[in-house]
Design a protein around this ligand. Sequence first.
Ligand SMILES: [Zn+2]
Length: 335
Amino acid sequence: MRYSRQTAFAGLGESGQQKLSAARVAVVGVGALGTVAANCLARAGAGFLRLIDRDYVELTNLHRQMLFTENDARRRIPKAAAAAARLAEANSEIVLEPIVADFNAANAETFLSGIDLVLDAVDNWECRFLLNDICRQKEIPWIYCAALAAEGMTMNFLPGHHPCLQCVVPKQTLTGLQPTCVTAGVLNMAAGAIASIQAAEAVKILTDSPTVRQGLFTADFWNNRFKTIPFEQDADCPVCVHRRFDRLTLPENIQVLKICGQNTIQITPFPPRRFDLENLAGRLQSAGKIDRQPFMVSCETEHHRLTFFSDGRALIENAADEGQAKSLYAEYAGT
Ligand SMILES: [Zn+2]
């Protein structure tokens, strides 16, 4: 009944709907792209959605991240949790699993276990190449998607004799300064449209449709240019041909990352550690104003805001540089 206006579409039908409800999908990144793609799939009845995101909602997200409200931003609710709560109100018949964590080499295999399809909705190449490695190794199809300014692009990466991300984007072309959503901006229609196209491909892949797109689809919504660029598998590709998955090697030390578009530095400890948030909140009591949430605890001091997650990670706002962020982490959380 719920899906009658969808199953009436001949391309899907009742059998497609059944495949959808049996499907297990991971959405990596729940921002401008992930909120839209997850919204499409949740309402369409994809049976299980694992929503993975490391961040919390902020005011500057609201123009394009379609599942969030001002209240989420005020309360700094983690995006994965806020999205899951909102989607549960739209469809209580599916399973939604929010994961508030950084997707990295230490947890990639666990987070993608039992998953049939992965949607890339992240904002950085490092994470996409990690997705490429783990999905190739485990032979899970995944769908690349990105949006910037008024443009978007997406490509299906399927196991077997199909090109992978490494075949399409050799690493050397990615060095140098890349524009970001801060410097170039991003229109919500561009992000929403390309994420909807990604979700359409997801439904086709999950229901074994013969119309799954090959090649890289690019769209410039401002200048009305749309094209599909074909790609072949690189016969010498280190990842999909020689099956070398270097990015799955665990880093030996703490990882420091400047978060795209924010005055925030992320610290991820390696080997991974876990925080007892209750205990940590108690210890930070004397250092500043404490805000305890289900997935995190933050401490606002005179100059900084430090937010700690149970996976050992921290977001440090207003640190002068990476060095200071590392020392603040050590100072407040210990090493
Ligand atoms: Zn390849």
